[in-house]
Design a protein around this ligand. Structure first.
Ligand SMILES: *[C@@H]1O[C@H](CO)[C@@H](O)[C@H](O)[C@H]1NC(C)=O
Length: 306
């Protein structure tokens, strides 16, 4: 009873409802919410590390039944050399993602999974390496100048944020049809909207620097690296070609070719596209099936295998 009451209270808080929602979560809803919680742990820690030079508070790593959570790999000790401006941007998003972690944990209560092992450092360099190899059509190792350190270089930090944000949006869209409870669906829609704002903002930032060099070496422009990251996400998540960079090429109704910004990635109907949980897992595992990339030991919870 007590835990039911707590869940109802949490839901009422989440949804701003006057009366507590009926709150027995289905097994599917628990699985989906825990899947989302894993992704939010990842994002919250990444932005926390960028803004504050430390992971999210360790009290939030613990699972709902006291399971120990894990410290992330690759978080810098203390603040790096990001500009104040980039850090303030990271600060805002860190608070959003931390809020999502707290909210999902509150709704899940004793069913909340612990924070899994996260890689918020070397995995970015591995993703950048794979993206640059795609862009340069080579399998040879690429040496970046400056070294690809996402906590010490604004440009790299924005590229790292870009790796995640669109994935978050498409993951929440894809999860919608799996959710049983309307209250949970509403809460998920509220989170989805915030992830979409983040995605649009990071894509706008990158679009403003599209003609700049992303690295001193190799000589690749920001728009080409963004395209390569998008191609990498497409390559690892399966056969469908959904993902997009920040520039689009098309033809007007009378056949005149144009180049437009592509700050908002859409499908042919100009609405958001979706990803299955398997497609999302393939991306965050950087091609792996049950672990790898940003989750070196896999996600915690029922949905963890692609
Ligand atoms: C960040 O990387 C860019 C692109 O290579 C470079 O021009 C800039 O000097 C770097 N900034 C820092 C602080 O290392």
């Amino acid at each position: 009873m007590r835990s039911l009451f707590l869940v109802a209270t949490a839901l009422a808080l989440v949804l701003g409802a006057a009366s507590p929602a009926s709150a027995t979560l289905s097994a599917t809803d628990k699985a989906v919410l825990n899947f989302a919680l894993n992704l939010e742990y990842l994002e919250a820690n990444f932005y926390h590390c960028a803004a504050f030079g430390q992971p999210i508070p360790s009290a939030l790593w613990v699972g709902g039944m006291g399971q120990a959570g894990k410290a992330p790999i690759g978080c810098p000790k203390g603040r790096g050399t990001l500009s104040i401006w980039a850090r303030k941007y990271a600060n805002e998003i860190a608070l959003d993602e931390l809020g999502h972690v707290k909210l999902l944990r509150a709704v899940l209560g004793k069913d909340a999974v612990a924070q899994p092992l996260l890689d918020v450092g070397p995995a970015f360099a591995a993703a950048a390496q794979a993206a640059a190899q795609l862009a340069l059509k080579t399998t040879d190792p690429i040496t970046f100048e400056p070294a690809f350190d996402v906590y010490n270089n604004d440009t790299y930090f924005y590229h790292a944020a870009f790796i995640f944000e669109d994935v978050g949006v498409t993951a929440y869209v894809g999860a919608a049809k799996l959710i049983d409870s309307k209250d949970i669906l509403t809460a998920a829609a509220k989170i989805l909207a915030i992830e979409a704002y983040h995605s649009g903002s990071i894509r706008t930032l990158l679009y403003q620097m599209e003609n700049k060099q992303a690295f001193s070496k190799p000589a690749l422009l920001v728009r080409d690296v963004v395209k390569a990251i998008s191609d990498l996400r497409d390559a690892v998540d399966g056969s469908t070609d959904l993902d997009q960079g920040i520039v689009s090429f098309g033809k007007t109704a009378n056949g005149t070719p144009y180049v437009a910004a592509n700050v908002v990635p859409t499908d042919a109907n100009r609405i958001a596209f979706e990803r299955t949980t398997s497609q999302v897992l393939r991306i965050v595992y950087l091609g792996g099936k049950s672990k790898g990339g940003f989750f070196p030991q896999g996600l915690n919870g029922a949905i963890m295998s692609a």
